[in-house]
Design a binder for this molecule. Structure first.
Ligand code: WTA
Length: 572
């Protein structure tokens, strides 16, 4: 197969030579950037905020916050004070102690960030929830984690079945005119009265810090627990992959309800002392470009779906804004189609750098580093100090170019430490030999680049040919009529499976039999005859997770008239 390559991104100082770093990198040395590597007693929030507040970065802006109503900024010094206040409020009125689960269910706002940091300062375990969750999803998570405290807003409290949650003792309401009765406490009022000083709870590096619920292909959502030790990897990946430097203005578009919004919306940028832009409100292409221009964003971390939505908003729109501050763009969460990278080159004159990781891995594992040539369609190479391999179902390492399970050797610093309340589930991720099995299939080429093929259960076998749905979807997206595409294997008595594509069209295109045939030919001639979808169905919109992944299993359920399973992570 011929692969195109794109040259390296210039101007990064962190990782000059990947090959050299890969040989010599050692996590034991890497952790020495933190003084606690000696003492063992640590707190993430101290390292992310207070350490800078006590340094030359004291008056540097840590948080720029903007939504339709608010436009605020906070220095590291102010973030220290506000997070201390939040810690005091949670301790005094919620009796929060080390190890307690504190859940946060609200849209992005400065108070959300003060609360996360304040709770972590007390040694509590924070559980962030998407504001889009409805009652069932909220209940599942609060119940399973036995959350003691919840921080939410007047708009969302109606979705919390308070009477059915015996462990939930205190509910802080962030809003105005809050009536304080029973478990309800007025968060803003208490914050206004709180003390600026707080005794930080120094914890062990292996103590719990954050609990992210994520859904698998079966069963209820599972709680993935991360510990303070993860900061070693958050820090180094923020340096090497995000390439964060002293003068950067960084914007991660993810919500903290998703791991990207915590690992790289909170920890990575602040551990490195970077100015972090957070925006609230709904997605609108104009607003996004305006955000880049107004704040002078230099490093921008987003997701393929967002890029594709910007892409379909048209190239003319891009030209209305001054985006010249951008120097490094990254993507995560789903396959980054070569088409999107080419678009990025065209409109931003920048490569979009892919990163691969999971809620369970806690931080980047594979990336297209600034210093590497990018092969569009490949996720890049493993982070130094992390052993990644393609293994078969028994844990045998496969040679280059063979498709198999994307696996990671146990022991990277930010690896999940527990599935909450479910040790069997946790163990089921690992094969003998210490391989963590990601559930993704991929292959590694001769140069060590890793090529994503799909979730293991999504791979299509048609007439004996193995087809990765991603490849077909990428090709479909290159067709001018197509805005979104999801591809599944549909059982077929003759061929095993046939390829069925669900597509949403760009504005100005109408569904028709002619268009179907044209699309089929497009894939047939552009990719391979066996990869061309035999069936095509037009949809207004495809089912996606909040993190932007097309939910193929929902498409499959539609197609086969089966129950769609857990939909709590589906976008509204
Ligand atoms: C998918 C974590 C292709 C993959 C940030 C993984 C990707 C799942 C990429 C984890 C990428 C993530 N290319 N697929 N660069 N990054 N994925 O835990 O299937 O919500 O197993 O997100 O997202 O999803 P999670």
């Amino acid at each position: 197969m011929k692969v195109e390559t794109l040259p390296v991104t210039q101007g990064s100082y962190n990782l000059k030579d990947y090959e050299e770093a890969y040989k010599s990198f050692d996590w034991k040395d890497a952790e020495k950037v933190f003084s606690w590597a000696e003492t063992g007693k640590v707190n993430m929030a101290y390292e992310a905020i207070d350490r800078h507040a006590e340094s030359f970065r004291k008056n540097k802006v840590a948080l720029f916050y903007r939504d339709e109503k608010r436009n605020e900024k906070y220095t590291f010094y102010e973030m220290k004070k506000w997070s201390n206040r939040a810690g005091n409020v949670l301790k005094e009125y919620g009796n929060v102690e080390k190890g307690d689960r504190v859940f946060i269910f609200m849209p992005r706002s400065p108070e959300l960030y003060f609360s996360v940091l304040g709770a972590i300062k007390l040694g509590a375990i924070v559980g962030p929830l998407f504001e889009a969750f409805m009652e069932g999803a909220v209940k599942d998570r609060l119940e399973d984690s036995e959350a003691k405290v919840l921080i939410t807003t007047p708009d969302l409290i109606g979705r919390v079945p308070v009477d059915e949650l015996p462990h939930l003792k205190t509910i802080f309401i962030v809003g105005s005119d809050v009536e304080e009765a029973g478990p309800f406490v007025d968060f803003n009022k208490k914050m206004a009265e709180a003390d600026n000083d707080l005794d930080i709870e120094w914890v062990d590096r292996e103590d719990g810090m954050i609990l992210h619920y994520t859904s698998g292909s079966t069963g209820r959502p599972k709680g993935v627990l991360h510990v303070h030790n993860a900061m070693i990897q958050h820090y180094h990946t923020a340096r090497w992959v995000l390439d964060l430097q002293e003068t950067d203005i960084y914007w991660c578009t993810a919500d903290p309800g998703w791991v990207t919004g915590t690992s790289y919306g909170i920890f990575g940028p602040w551990l490195t002392g970077t100015s972090n832009v957070i925006t609230g409100g709904r997605f609108k292409p104009e607003n996004w470009y305006q955000t880049i221009e107004d704040f002078g964003i230099t490093v921008w971390y987003s997701a393929p779906t967002a890029f594709r939505m910007l892409m379909s908003a048209g190239d003319e729109l891009v030209k209305k804004f001054d985006l010249s501050s951008l120097r490094h763009i990254l993507s995560v969460g789903e396959p980054l189609n070569p088409e999107v990278i080419r678009w990025g080159m065209k409109v931003f004159n920048k490569r979009i750098h892919d990163t691969w990781w999971m809620t369970e891995t806690g931080a980047h594992v594979i990336a297209n580093y600034p210093c590497m040539e990018i092969k569009p369609g490949s996720m890049g190479k493993p982070f130094p100090g992390i052993e990644v391999a393609i293994v078969d179902d028994q844990g045998n390492v496969l040679p280059p170019n063979r498709m198999g399970n994307l696996a990671i050797k146990k022991g990277w610093p930010s690896m999940m430490r527990q599935i909450w309340n479910n040790p069997e589930k946790y163990e089921s991720y690992f094969l003998p030999g210490g391989w963590y099995i990601s559930g993704d299939s991929a292959y590694m080429d001769e140069d060590g680049y890793i090529w994503f093929q799909g979730r293991v259960d999504d791979v299509i076998m048609t007439s004996g040919e193995r087809v990765g749905p991603f490849e077909v979807e990428s090709k479909l997206l290159e067709h001018p009529a197509i805005a979104e595409a999801g591809v599944i294997g549909k059982p077929d008595p003759v061929r095993g499976e046939i390829i069925k594509a669900f597509v949403a069209l760009n504005e100005g295109y109408e569904p028709s039999e002619e268009l179907k045939e044209e699309i089929r030919q497009f894939v047939k001639t552009g990719l391979a005859a066996h990869a061309a979808p035999r069936e095509i169905e037009f949809k207004d919109k495809l089912p996606k997770t909040r993190s932007g992944k097309i939910m193929r299993r929902v498409l499959k359920a539609w197609e086969l008239d089966l129950p769609a399973g857990d939909l709590s992570t589906m976008e509204d």
